[in-house]
Design a protein around this ligand. Structure first.
Ligand code: FRU
Length: 507
């Protein structure tokens, strides 16, 4: 290296080289075991979720080249149990031509059973992906179609793209379902800046007609993205069908989040069950985003995956993870029909298969104003625990669980219930000080508080009272912060049942 070049390197490039090296510290201690992460590099939204022949396909927003957002392409992974994932080659790569860069933004996949599109070959049903082509140089987003005749490994872009174009910079995230009664495909797609959705219909996935629009209702503080429209039976009763719209948009003021609407959809128009100003949220943490349901699940099931947005947090060599698969349920409540979520029921089979040494059950344990650490015997100190605990509140002011504990460094994550405030909170404590708190309002159900806590190295998902409310957050515990236990403050609480599974050996 000549002297001039060396001086240039020293002054201009060395700081960046050092910074890059600093960020590139591997963080295996935060790599989830039973949640999906890409083998390396960036992920955001789940895309094209579809179940085919016993296999769950997950496509996802991916940068194949770096650990930051960019070069958007569809990454691909498959699973048979929604816990272990097999990494596959990029399914739809970005398209670069002389004048145009096309990034493959979010979208969905459908199995075209009757080959309505004519994309199928050899008499087989094609898999059709419908996604947003983001073309930054043209400042345009429009909807593209691509098809696969090899079971979803590779896709061919349709020569007649775009299939829907309204000449806007922001117009994205198509979600398509088949409506048997109307014999039509229906696409729900967002016009983000206008806080509205558009519904289109098609007979062949190529030609689309605008049906109607829905918008300016619920929470309109943030842009609307990643919509979905799903039919569900209220309380599982086939005579009580309702439609669920989920949208990624605002939640609490300073956060991103998802909201939902319930109502009726007649194949043309969506009619909201609630007044326009009514707001309902999917998850009360700030990390859960861009969730969409699986298509083509058996037995009328509806299960979704969401993205856990990493914000400024750094992990390496990957960044971003998916939530646990969650079943979507609608229930009648005194407040009307509400969304409930549960860890997907198919996951139970995997829990049942775990050896006895990976399961712990306690019943009827009263705690009196002190922590009772069930991990005292160094049991399950892996930060990969699935905990299902039911409390009957007593005289205690607060009670709940503590996880990711390091007594020496005064570090822990407290998942607590405050009785007076009817509030569930997750407090991240570092060096004895609360670094961050997430919370939601919820009352005991039939006098009890049930918490299903899915803790996986750096993600914490808390389903309260059978999924009436959900709170998801990210934590980044120190290497020795692996203690956990149950606590009560200011009085007594009864732990009716405590079940814990250790999922560490899945990886
Ligand atoms: C949501 C989102 C989508 C878009 C994709 C791009 O996180 O902004 O609206 O399609 O990410 O990566």
């Amino acid at each position: 290296m000549n002297k001039q070049l060396f001086t240039f390197w020293l002054i201009c490039l060395l700081p960046f080289t050092l910074l890059a090296q600093q960020q590139a510290v591997p963080t295996p201690q935060w790599r989830p075991v039973y949640h999906f992460t890409p083998a390396k590099n960036w992920t955001n939204d789940p895309n094209g979720l579809i179940y085919l022949d016993g296999v769950y396909h997950l496509y996802y927003q991916h940068n194949p080249y770096a650990n930051v957002w960019g070069h958007m392409s569809w990454g691909h992974a498959t699973s048979t149990d929604l816990l272990n994932w097999k990494h596959l080659p990029i399914a739809i790569p970005e398209i670069e031509t002389k004048d145009t860069t096309t990034w493959i933004f979010s979208g969905c996949a459908v199995l075209d059973k009757n080959n309505t599109s004519g994309f199928g070959s050899n008499g087989k049903a094609p898999l059709v992906a419908i996604y947003t082509a983001d073309q930054p140089k043209q400042q345009k987003e429009s909807q593209f179609v691509a098809f696969s005749n090899d079971g979803g490994l590779t896709f061919t872009n349709y020569a007649g793209n775009p299939v829907v174009d309204i000449h806007k910079k922001d117009f994205r995230d198509p979600s398509v379902i088949w409506m048997e009664e109307q014999q039509q495909w229906v696409m729900t797609v967002a016009v983000p800046q206008e806080h509205k959705l558009q519904f289109y219909s098609s007979k062949d996935l190529r030609k689309w007609d605008l049906l109607s629009e829905f918008g300016d209702q619920g929470d309109t503080r943030k842009i609307w993205e990643c919509p979905s429209l799903t039919p569900l039976y209220v309380d599982g009763d086939p005579s009580k069908k309702k439609w669920l719209i989920m949208i990624s948009s605002g939640n609490q003021d300073a956060a991103t989040g998802m909201q939902y609407f319930t109502g009726d959809f007649d194949g043309k128009t969506f009619k909201n069950d609630n007044p326009a100003e009514h707001q309902q949220f999917v998850d009360y943490g700030r990390t859960f985003y861009a969730a969409i349901p699986y298509n083509n699940l058996p037995d009328g099931k509806h299960t979704m995956l969401g993205w856990l947005m990493p914000f400024e947090t750094q992990t390496y060599p990957w960044r971003g993870q998916m939530s646990i698969a969650r079943d979507l349920l609608l229930k009648s409540t005194p407040e009307g029909v509400c969304l409930y979520q549960q860890p997907a029921s198919v996951l139970n089979a995997s829990l049942e298969k775990l050896p006895a040494s990976k399961k712990l059950v306690k019943q009827g344990v009263e705690i009196d104003s002190k922590e009772v650490s069930f991990s005292r015997g160094k049991q399950f100190n892996t930060n990969t625990n699935w905990i299902d605990v039911t409390f009957t509140p007593g005289t205690g002011e607060e009670f709940g669980l503590k996880i990711a504990q390091d007594g020496m460094l005064k570090e822990e994550t407290v998942i607590g219930y405050n009785k007076a405030r009817n509030e569930l909170y997750i407090a991240n404590v570092k060096g004895g000080k609360v670094a961050q708190t997430d919370k939601l309002s919820v009352k005991p159900s039939e006098g009890k508080i049930r918490l299903q806590v899915l803790f996986d190295k750096s993600s914490v998902e808390v389903f309260v009272n059978g999924g009436e409310r959900v709170l998801t957050t990210l934590v980044f515990p120190g290497e020795k912060a692996t203690g956990w236990g149950v606590f009560s403050k200011g009085g007594k609480v009864m732990v009716d049942t405590l079940k814990v599974w250790d999922l560490d050996n899945l990886r």
